[in-house]
Design a protein around this ligand. Structure first.
Ligand SMILES: C[S@@+](CC[C@H](N)C(=O)[O-])C[C@H]1O[C@@H](n2cnc3c(N)ncnc32)[C@H](O)[C@@H]1O
Length: 315
């Protein structure tokens, strides 16, 4: 795979125009020139979010936010600044390292979160789960369980919206919990969140919650080779869940009724084709009002159910 040129980058379509310009080494490159070149380059590498990625990386290399980048579109970018940017472009385009790992953060629910290769980079899709949870919460001081918290994205988004809520956030990964803790500290939520390490409901046995949310790993191992190369940079434990992708979801639907208060709600993110299995699983576990919710691209991506307020059938 070829890295972007060491000389100031130039898209093929710009080459003809450039013949009347100074030699590449002497050329003045503005932020806009670099964005155009990088967007073309990323597009040619099959990156769907080419322009956005180019903007995020250039803003990071220049130490400014994206708004400032727009204001200073015509400002020349120095050789030193271009050199740092070029390395980011190479790692994104050639190694397919996610932008979040290159810049060390990702915004989720308007919260800038620290991320590292130890956690799943929070996805915009998961904001659907946050919204479903917010819509379902009926009590003023909810106790929430976020199972598989990763960077803490869901837990911290809920805390940002619910000033009287408390969260227990769990994960099997101690390194992921360290990232989530750091994010909770940075955003000033440390006194309303508790972190516990362990699998599924083991860290909260005998406790009861008003709402249980989880975005568990749900990819099938058999599909590994067809996945985008960016996923190679994310932890397997955050992505894969057995041959059909349901290993962790099975544990969730089987055990969730035991950790919900009567009237409490469970809401899980999943892939569209898993909706029937998870809906049936929740109903079999005694949950009522099992409903599927769609994400902003109109794909069914969240299933929620409520534990009946009056105990029935052992639930
Ligand atoms: C898809 S990531 C979600 C991370 C974060 N909640 C988000 O939405 O961005 C799944 C998380 O579940 C954790 N996990 C995987 N298996 C688990 C298990 N059996 N019990 C608890 N956590 C688990 C992983 O370590 C990972 O952090």
């Amino acid at each position: 795979m070829t890295a972007p040129p060491a000389a100031p980058p130039m898209a093929a379509t710009e080459a003809a125009r450039a013949t009347a310009q100074p030699a590449a080494g002497d050329r003045v490159w503005t932020a806009l020139d670099l964005l155009r070149w990088t967007t073309d380059y990323f597009s040619s590498r099959g990156i769907d979010t080419a322009r956005l990625d180019a903007e995020c990386l250039l803003a990071h290399a220049l130490g400014v936010d994206r708004v400032r980048l727009y204001i200073d579109f015509e400002k020349p970018v120095s050789t030193e600044e271009r050199s740092g940017f070029r390395e980011l472009v190479r790692r994104r385009g050639t190694d397919r390292v996610p932008v979040s790992h290159l810049i060390g953060s990702r915004e989720f629910w308007s919260l800038p979160l620290f991320v590292s290769p130890d956690v799943l980079t929070p996805r915009p899709d998961t904001e659907t789960l946050v919204q479903v949870a917010l819509d379902q919460i009926a009590v003023k001081t909810p106790l929430i369980l976020d199972m598989g918290t990763g960077s803490g994205a869901i837990a911290l988004a809920l805390l940002s919206e619910l000033p009287n809520a408390h969260v227990v956030a769990t994960d099997v990964s101690s390194v992921a919990l360290a990232v989530a803790r750091k994010n909770a500290d940075v955003h000033g939520f440390a006194d309303r969140i508790e972190f516990r390490e362990g699998s599924l409901f083991e860290p909260v046995a005998c406790e009861r919650f008003d709402i249980v949310v989880s975005n568990p790993p749900y990819l099938a191992e058999v599909n590994r080779s067809q996945l985008p190369p960016e996923l190679d940079h994310e932890p397997d434990v955050a992505l894969f869940a057995g041959s059909d992708g349901l290993d962790v979801l099975r544990g969730l639907w089987a055990g969730v009724a035991d950790v919900l208060v009567p009237g409490g709600v469970a809401a899980f993110e999943l892939s569209s084709e898993q909706v029937p299995a998870v809906s049936d699983g929740l109903r079999d576990a005694g949950l009522a009002d099992v409903t599927c919710f769609r994400d902003f691209e109109d794909r069914p991506r969240v299933v929620a159910g409520r534990k009946p307020a009056v105990s029935a059938g052992g639930v």
